[in-house]
Design a protein around this ligand. Structure first.
Ligand SMILES: C[S@@+](CC[C@H](N)C(=O)[O-])C[C@H]1O[C@@H](n2cnc3c(N)ncnc32)[C@H](O)[C@@H]1O
Length: 213
């Protein structure tokens, strides 16, 4: 938790809530330990969609389809969403959720490793949401960049790793050391890429927000 839970509860208490379908889907995800975007990130995305009104959206990391259904629900313009998931067990669940939400014609679920699928996609996208294996962000970044155009927004979730990313190398486990190092590499690369304006915001688990110049 990068923001004191009391502040988060306070801030979230002013949000209007989601559709009944999304509320149920969120409860289902939490009950089954499926990681999905947090409440403050949901609220941020909804406002962002109103501002940007993206027609072509790409998501890396579908899980059971919660965030793609949220984007399809709250984007005020007609859009298409390509979302990628590699965990076999989640594919039929995501597919069913997308169908039940009535968005089969809006959301295309790609089954496989994003590193293999991304080069096969045709850009440019208006909005890219990266929410998959944190250690692979430096690998995905150039592939995603190839799918942008001036004005494309790229948001990457979980970049502050519950605050652990700033901890000393010596107090984190070996596995997390590798993930945090790769995350820092990604943040450095994205932050120093002169093709983008960028910032990091303490929303959800920390997001990186990039806009292609
Ligand atoms: C945090 S969850 C996504 C949550 C989803 N965006 C939501 O909020 O509803 C991350 C997902 O990325 C998937 N994933 C991880 N590495 C991947 C890869 N290399 N290619 C495709 N999917 C991947 C995981 O299986 C997991 O379901």
């Amino acid at each position: 938790m990068i923001i004191d839970e009391r502040y988060l509860t306070f801030m979230n208490s002013f949000a209007e809530g989601n559709t009944e379908f999304l509320e149920n889907l969120e409860a289902d995800a939490i009950a089954n330990y499926v990681p999905i975007i947090r409440k403050d990130m949901q609220n941020f995305l909804k406002v962002f969609l109103q501002m940007k009104q993206p027609k072509r959206i790409l998501e890396v990391g579908a899980a059971i389809g919660f965030s793609s259904v949220l984007m399809a629900t709250y984007n005020p313009v007609d859009c298409t969403i390509d979302t990628i998931e590699n965990y076999d067990k989640r594919i039929p669940i995501a597919k069913k959720n997308i169908e039940d939400a009535g968005f089969s014609d809006v959301i295309t679920l790609h089954h496989g490793d994003a590193a293999e699928i991304l080069p096969t996609l045709e850009g440019p996208y208006d909005f890219i949401f990266m929410d998959a294996a944190k250690g692979q962000y430096p690998v995905f970044y150039p592939m995603l960049k190839a799918l942008t155009k001036p004005g494309t927004v790229m948001i990457t979730d979980n970049v502050l790793q519950d605050g652990d990313i700033i901890e000393s190398h010596f107090v984190v486990t070996r596995r997390n050391r590798t993930i945090y190092k790769r995350m820092r590499d990604f943040l450095y690369e994205a932050g120093h890429d002169s093709d983008f304006s960028s910032t990091i915001l303490p929303v959800g688990d920390g997001i990186s927000l990039l806009v292609r110049k």
